[in-house]
Design a protein around this ligand. Sequence first.
Ligand code: FMN
Length: 398
Amino acid sequence: MMGRLERAFNISDLRRLARKRLPRPIFDYIDGGADDEWTLKRNHDAFADYELLPDVLIDTSSIRSETTLFGQKIAWPLILSPTGLTRMFHDDAELAVARAAARHGLMYSLSTLGTTRLEALAESFAGPKAFQIYIFKDRGLTAEFIGRCREAGYHALMLTVDTPVAGNRERDRFNGLSIPPRLTLKSMLSFAMKPSWSLPALTGNKFDFANVSHKVDALAGRQMSLFDYIGGQFDRTLTWRDVEWLAKEWNGPLSIKGVMAPQDAKHAIASGATSIMISNHGGRQLDGAPAPVDQIAPIRDAIGDSGEIVCDGGIRRGSDVVKALALGANACSIGRPYLYGLAAGGEAGVHRALGLLHEEFERTMVLAGVNDVAKLERRHIRMRSWLSWAEDGVVIGK
Ligand SMILES: Cc1cc2nc3c(=O)[nH]c(=O)nc-3n(C[C@H](O)[C@H](O)[C@H](O)COP(=O)(O)O)c2cc1C
């Protein structure tokens, strides 16, 4: 008999399984976005504006999908974005995700707000790995991260720059979500109805921000909203000067995560970054921001070959990755798709999510008649709106 996970045939099925398994406030924390969730919705919907124009009669008996990102080989152009508080979704937390990433030859990134120490992750995960940095008011932490990451063998740093303040996640406010989660009268029922979700997670001590708590004890013995935590701890005075400093100190692959504008992409490269993650934080920060996929071509045109581009956010199908590459990205990255898998079934669930996306990716490459990721070009993609405008008699296009 097929298990639950085997009966999930796409990311949307895994999302449904995650919703069944998690208490509502926890599911909403993963699934939700800021304000009206316009950007969250747009991030994925925007992919539907692009069509793939297939080549035919090409030998696609084998597909070359291996590529290099942040100086590391990855099996296909996908990486796992950093996500904080992972232990809330499954007891096995970051290690389960990293192990599944390793099975697929993909890069894993650990968040500053992760619940596993960066050294512990590195000890049990030999694959390509990045550490994502949030800069705290305590600047000593950033210098410390650089040293610890170098020591532990991290291959790249990502600096997230779209979170000077936490976005307005109204689902979390409505649910009264606190870190660690607390049993209120309102949430009691929702937690009680999901016994398969680990109750020990509620006890609190597992909710340490394991990489920062030795320096920042804002959570010690207390519960607060993520909004208040970020408001109290993150440094809003951050500027490009800090990027220059970080690039010099780290002197290795550095990605700036959260760049949306071509001008900022150029600035990032000029400041010493080696790559850009086009991202609006999965629609969790600035509502009304454009979809990352729509910014790939303008940013590629702005920076040429001077840096790598990762399209982060909205990817729900392997075909989305093919579209992003054709527009000029080097790779894509995902957050929720692997978290739905994790919540649905731990490491096996993440494995399922990555396997489904990979299958879809390869099948799309075959059907598009492209046998090597390096051969995907803009001529393989066109924007639907160009077509409809043309049909209306207003000819726009390239
Ligand atoms: C539950 C959750 C937690 C996240 N935590 C972080 C974080 O700690 N640091 C960070 O840079 N981005 C964080 N992100 C954003 C992801 O890295 C990524 O940009 C986003 O999930 C991409 O969109 P997608 O979910 O549509 O793939 C988080 C996203 C989610 C869903």
